[in-house]
Design a protein around this ligand. Structure first.
Ligand code: NAD
Length: 332
């Protein structure tokens, strides 16, 4: 045991966090050689409840959990953190449009960005889970003057996991035989799971299953999966989101297998005509030195290009909706 990680989880009394926290404590995110100092962050009125979650974590007697605390003050929870897992955000209310939700949650991420810039360790890495996660990440990043753009990520891994599982089922294959099936664009109903470059058992997915099915049923099912879960369960996805968050962080810390890519929403450097600065999902690879890069030279056919463009157009629209938050965030 030599390593340790200071980790804040925001929205610590929410249902995603309830599924995520024990897995971090058990070492599933940072591995069996890393002790974790876990900080639970939430709004002041939820801190008593968060203390109950702290008690449960203590009662787990996790060997890797060196410390666990809860606080509503970001100056305390974000002090010297190595990882910020930003889950906390207000859920979408009845009749609320996506634009309303963006405006409602945006200010939370201005606060998060500033706190990260002010208190986190110089090597901090950020994962935004709270929705709309791409644009929340954009807001936080712009509020965090001095924190390099490669530290900011948002979660599209749940969409990747969903699409791989669905394709494997259709192809009669195992999930682990599906490779290079990654998400482009926004974590929303416009996301594009790129089946045109996906492989199943080393063969092109479009040769293994009917392309028409991929363009229609598959695409719609992945895009609408979140809504389908809410309709069936009466609550939004929780432990699958926690699983995806664990996968996301592990993918960022482990060299990517030679025959695969990972879906990560990152700050665009202008690749694939995605405007610089937008937080979009791309195929990403992590090299042996631990740094990630957007995979170069991926060919997108006309269908794929059209879908990616539609999702990017939505991200641009979202950026316009929060323009004032993005522009003034770092200055205040
Ligand atoms: P939840 O309603 O159970 O929990 C929300 C949490 O956010 C609570 O801890 C709450 O106290 C906190 N919160 C509320 N207002 C806040 C504020 N103003 N500032 C800071 N924190 C605040 O929701 P959940 O099911 O745990 O989901 C959490 C978020 O994760 C939601 O935004 C959800 O849409 C998102 N999500 C994203 C993905 C993804 O794939 N990116 C998947 C699942 C859920």
């Amino acid at each position: 045991m030599g390593r340790s990680a200071k980790v804040v989880v925001t929205g610590a009394t929410g249902q995603v966090a309830y599924a995520l926290l024990p897995r971090i404590a058990a070492g599933e995110m940072f591995g069996p050689d890393t002790e974790v100092d876990l900080r639970l962050s939430d709004i002041p009125q939820m801190i008593d409840k968060a203390k109950g979650v702290v008690m449960e974590l203590e009662d787990g007697a996790y060997p890797l959990l060196s410390q666990v605390t809860a606080n509503a003050d970001r100056a305390v929870t974000h002090k010297d953190i190595d990882w910020a897992l930003l889950v906390g955000s207000k859920p979408r209310g009845p009749g609320m449009e996506r634009g309303d939700l963006i405006r409602e949650n945006g200010p939370i991420f201005v606060g998060e960005g500033r706190a990260i810039a002010q208190h986190a360790s110089p090597g901090v890495r950020v994962v935004v889970v709270g929705n709309p996660c791409n644009t929340n990440c954009l807001i936080a990043r712009n509020a965090a003057a001095g924190v390099p753009s490669d530290r900011w990520t948002a979660l599209t891994r749940l969409d990747q996991n969903r699409s791989r599982s669905l394709l494997a089922g259709k192809a009669g294959a195992r999930v682990r035989d599906v490779k290079k099936l990654v998400i482009w664009g926004n974590h929303s109903a416009t996301l594009f799971p790129d089946f045109t470059n996906a492989l199943v058992g080393g063969r092109k997915a479009t040769e293994v299953v009917d392309r028409k099915w991929l363009e229609t049923e598959f695409l719609t099912s992945v895009q609408q999966r979140g809504a389908a879960i809410i309709a069936a369960r009466g609550a939004s996805s929780a432990f699958s989101a926690a699983q995806a968050t664990v996968d996301h962080v592990r993918s960022l810390m482990t060299p990517t297998a030679a025959d695969d890519w990972a879906s990560v929403a990152v700050v665009s450097d202008g690749s694939y005509d995605v405007p610089e600065g937008l937080v979009s999902s791309f195929p990403v690879r992590v090299a042996g030195d631990g740094y990630w890069e957007i995979v170069r030279g991926v060919q997108l056919d006309d269908f794929a290009r059209g879908r990616v463009s539609a999702s990017i157009a939505e991200l641009e629209k979202e950026r316009t909706i929060v323009q004032d938050l993005v522009a003034g965030a770092a200055a205040r």
